[in-house]
Ligand binder design. Structure first.
Ligand code: ZN
Length: 287
């Protein structure tokens, strides 16, 4: 997930809440997380918890610190975030080489660190949440007129993120400032506990249906077996043509649509699910 919005819109807070919405680690998962922490020589207080890991390395982190390596290969932040959340705030400020090194593990869920004499493989199946400002000053599009970033500065800022990296964000969400009047009003949803329950139920539906989560479904199986109605298919085709979406994007949209359906306990994927999934990739058209 990529969160784009001016400073103070709660991007970091939302990312920090995500581990709490995911189900607790199973015994086997706790052991996996603890083993990685122990190889990385992390203090034991941080390990053996049922809460999913949350790692938020600073944008000055080196490639080795982020993906792992060293003369005696050690796991990096992406492995310490295994089965949990890796949060990269100020995404365009990270070294480009470090960001590009994330692409492979994001697909495979493992990272291979090769040195002169040995090769090590560490698990790195994590949820990537990144945040960025809409422009270098942060105020573009907030209605205040405070942003005076030039087109060249804006292009330079956004060009730090490659197309293939952006393509890997299934949810690209724009956040805007919440008016004070709404913040002072009563909360309208059921809160974190209700959200966590609904996430747990949606995951159960996926595991019951195919024995794996939607994100891990093989692409071919998805296209062949997914019950997608005619209108949904037509909408996806039209969006693909209009925004020249890659095959990867279309597959990811379909997986998100299936998940939106699972959250609503819908047996089939229909047009509204596809429409919402396309909307959640909106930045592909903006950036
Ligand atoms: Zn600006």
């Amino acid at each position: 997930m990529l969160l784009v919005g001016p400073p103070g819109t709660g991007k970091s807070m939302l990312a920090q809440r995500l581990p709490g919405l995911l189900p607790p680690l199973t015994i086997e998962e706790i052991l996996a997380v603890a083993s990685i922490a122990s190889i990385a020589a992390k203090p034991s207080a941080e390990i053996a918890s049922t809460r999913r890991p949350f790692r938020a390395p600073h944008h000055t982190a080196s490639v080795v610190a982020l993906v792992g390596g060293g003369s005696r290969p050690r796991p990096g932040e992406i492995s310490l975030a295994h089965l949990g959340v890796l949060f990269l705030d100020e995404l365009p400020e990270f070294q480009r080489s470090a960001l590009e090194a994330l692409r492979e593990p994001l697909e495979s869920g493992v990272v291979t660190v090769a040195r002169a004499h040995e090769t090590a493989q560490f698990p790195a199946s994590f949820q990537l949440v990144a945040a960025m400002n809409p422009c270098p000053c942060g105020y573009l599009g907030d209605g205040s007129g405070r942003c005076h970033c030039s087109k060249i500065r804006l292009d330079h800022y956004r060009s730090r993120l490659s197309g293939p990296l952006l393509d890997r964000f299934d949810l690209q969400v724009e956040l805007s400032r919440v008016p004070l009047a709404r913040m002072a009003g009563p909360a309208t949803d059921g809160g974190s506990a209700a959200a966590a329950r609904s996430v747990g139920e949606a995951r159960e539906r996926q595991l019951t249906r195919r024995g794996t989560l939607n994100a891990r479904l093989p692409d071919r199986a998805l296209w062949q077996e997914l019950p997608l109605d005619r209108d949904g298919r037509r909408l996806l085709n039209r969006a693909a043509e209009r925004w020249r979406l890659s095959a990867r994007s279309c597959t990811r949209i379909l997986k998100v649509a299936r998940t939106i359906g699972d959250l609503a306990d819908a047996p089939d994927v229909t047009m509204p699910h596809v429409a919402e999934a396309i909307q959640l990739r909106c930045l592909e058209r903006l950036l």
